[in-house]
Design a protein around this ligand. Sequence first.
Ligand SMILES: NC(=O)c1ccc[n+]([C@@H]2O[C@H](COP(=O)([O-])OP(=O)(O)OC[C@H]3O[C@@H](n4cnc5c(N)ncnc54)[C@H](OP(=O)(O)O)[C@@H]3O)[C@@H](O)[C@H]2O)c1
Length: 339
Amino acid sequence: MTKNRYWQLDARPEGEDFSSALSMAAEQLAPLEDGEIRLKTRFLSMDAGTRMWMNSREDGYQPPIPLGSKMAGQALGRVTESRDDRFPVGALVRVFGQWADYSTVRPDDAWAVLLDDDIDDERQHFGALGLNGWTALYGVKDILGIKEGETLVVSAAAGATGSLACQIGRNLGANVVGIAGGPDKCRHVVENLGARQCIDYRNSDVAAELAKLDGGIDAYFENVGGKILDAVLQNMALHGRIAVCGMIANYASDEPTPGPSNYDQVLMRRLRIEGFLLPDVPERGPEYYDTMKRWYQEGKITLPFDVTEGLENVLTAYARMMTGKNTGKVLVDLGTENG
Ligand SMILES: NC(=O)c1ccc[n+]([C@@H]2O[C@H](COP(=O)([O-])OP(=O)(O)OC[C@H]3O[C@@H](n4cnc5c(N)ncnc54)[C@H](OP(=O)(O)O)[C@@H]3O)[C@@H](O)[C@H]2O)c1
C-alpha cells in the first residue's frame, strides 16, 4: 500500500489565516476504480481563484469545497496507475486534482491534459503554456478583441495571469500599461513584460496616473476589482471594453462586496463589461496551446516562477500569492522523488 499525504479543508479561512483552516493528513491509497487515473505530483499550481472555493458562498462559479474534503488544485506529474487507456502509465499530465502527493481523478471531470514531454522546462505547463496563459489569451484576444495601437491596462500585472496578459497585449501590438504592487514589480513589468508603463498602486494615485493616458483606456484586463476598478472606470475611453478575469481584492470575503462607486461611467462612456471563465471553453485549449507554444519557442512569452519546496509548505506558497509576495507563477515543488 502507498501512503498519500494531503491537505484537507477543515474550516472556512478568515482572511489570510490559512493554517487555522487547513491541515495535513495521510491515507493509504485505495485501488483505482474503472476509468480513474493516478498521478504522482511533481508540481502543484497555486491559483488565486481557488480562494473563492474555500468560502461558503453558494453564488460563485463553482460550489464551495465541502469541509473535511481534500483541497482541490492543479497538479502536474506522471501517471503511476491508470484505468483509462488515453492516459498510460509514465505519461506527463496536468489535472485539476488535489493538494497531495498523489491525485486520483477521472480525466474528463478533472480536465486532464496529456502534456508535451519536449518542453525545455516542464514547469512552463503551469506557466506560459498552462491555464493562466490560455486564460490571458482568451481574455486579451477573444473577449477584449485587442487591436494594434490600442491602450490595454492590466491589473495584477506581475502575477501569473497578468504577466501573460501584458506580453500577449504587447505581442498583438497594444500599448500595455500594467498596474502592480511595488517598484520592483513595476520595473519587471516594464523591463521584461513589454509594458510601456507600470503604475505602482501601493505608492501612487492610480486614478491620477491613468488620467494621463492619451485617449483613455481602450481595453482593461481586470484581475483585481475594488479601488483599482473604480480608478479604471473613470479613465476608460468612449466605447471601451473591460474583460473581468478575476477580482482578487474580494476573494477573502464571505459576503458580496459593494460595487464600484464609478459604475455610472459604464453609461457615460458606453462601456462593455464581460466576465469570462476559461473552463467554459475547453475546446479552445489546443488552439491556445499552439499559439502560446509558438510564442514561447520564439522567445516572445516568458514567465518567472516563485517556487516553494515541499508539500508541507503549501500554505506558505499560497499566502505568498494571496498577499502579493510573488512575481510570476507560484508553484510548489514536491521534488524529483515525486517527479
Ligand atoms: N477567469 C478565469 O478563467 C481565470 C483563470 C485564472 C486566473 N484568474 C484570475 O486571475 C487573477 C490572478 O490570478 P493568478 O492565479 O494568476 O494569481 P497571481 O496574479 O499570480 O497572484 C495574485 C496577485 O494579485 C495581486 N493582489 C492580491 N491582492 C490584491 C489586492 N487586494 N489588490 C490588488 N492586487 C492584489 C498580487 O499582486 P500585487 O503585488 O500587484 O498586489 C498578487 O501577486 C485572479 O483574479 C484569478 O481569479 C481567472
